[in-house]
Ligand binder design. Structure first.
Ligand SMILES: NC(=O)c1ccc[n+]([C@@H]2O[C@H](COP(=O)([O-])OP(=O)(O)OC[C@H]3O[C@@H](n4cnc5c(N)ncnc54)[C@H](OP(=O)(O)O)[C@@H]3O)[C@@H](O)[C@H]2O)c1
Length: 243
């Protein structure tokens, strides 16, 4: 939030996107007044109307709303949409199939925790990293193997302990600004593997972060036949239909 200037972010506006609630007015949609629903406010709606979900009411198109299944309570439903969709979309970008292996960096982030569960439901083997204190959580969500990224830079660890077979896909569910995990990926990701990021985001403005940005742009644009990184790079943001 601090990095986006006001002319882009259009503040002040009400914060947050995810919600769960009751339909107050169905307005010719498939919903009925009183339906229990959950969903999100599309960011384009927030920018136009300054709506956010830390509020009593939200006015959204029906495509942003779905009925809440009886087995998901309001609190859990209200935390599901954006992080869940981001995980779903990131996993779809990898085109992984049952039996293949996925590495999730940021396994304990909201997006990472959803990605682990969706991948496991698809029969994919999951190796996930997080800090040691979150090992129990990450494994409880279904990760088959765990790596503590705080002990050694993760690209160095994976280069010296390459998986066999190599990962079929990697999801950076944290949004690393340092592109090293991608630039070294040939050592631990199969040639047709896809590296997906939730979008590299600098956490402050500094010379180092600007250097990472330049390195990332070079790495993803320089062709492999000219010595560039021989692995596909995707940002899930490019495929977010709601963004
Ligand atoms: N949440 C959403 O709705 C949403 C939607 C769209 C996109 N995204 C994007 O998805 C990414 C993750 O967002 P999130 O909301 O899921 O994150 P989050 O839940 O806020 O992630 C917090 C966790 O990140 C981990 N972390 C901190 N520093 C780290 C580092 N240097 N490397 C790896 N992990 C680190 C920490 O766990 P450990 O101590 O275990 O490392 C911390 O508990 C971001 O790029 C965000 O922009 C999020």
């Amino acid at each position: 939030m601090q990095l986006a200037p006001n002319f882009l972010a259009k503040r002040p506006l009400t914060a947050e996107y995810d919600f769960a609630g009751i339909v107050e007015k169905e307005n010719g949609t498939e919903f009925e007044v009183g339906d229990s629903v959950f969903g999100f406010i599309h960011v384009s709606i927030t920018l136009k109307t300054r709506q956010g979900t830390l509020a009593e009411y939200a006015l959204v198109p029906n495509i942003c709303v779905t009925k809440r299944p009886f087995n998901i309570d309001v609190i859990h439903a209200s935390g599901l949409t954006l992080a869940g969709l981001t995980a779903w979309q990131s996993l779809n970008c990898t085109h992984l199939e049952a039996g293949q292996t996925l590495f999730i960096y940021g396994g304990s982030t909201a997006v990472g925790l959803f990605a682990i569960q969706i991948a496991k439901a698809r029969g994919i083997k999951v190796v996930a990293s997080a800090s040691g204190k979150n090992q129990g959580l990450v494994r409880k969500m279904g990760a088959d193997e765990f790596i503590d990224y705080t002990k050694e830079p993760i690209h160095k660890y994976l280069t010296s302990h390459p998986p066999s077979p190599k990962f079929h896909g990697i999801i950076d569910a944290y949004g690393l600004s340092d592109p090293s995990l991608y630039t070294h990926s040939a050592a631990y990701m199969a040639p047709d593997g896809v590296f997906v990021t939730t979008t590299p985001a600098p956490h402050r403005i500094s010379l180092r972060e600007i250097g990472y940005l330049v390195k990332t742009l070079t790495a993803i644009t320089w062709p492999a036949w000219l010595g560039g990184i021989p692995r596909e790079f995707k940002s899930d943001i490019s495929t977010r239909p709601w963004w």
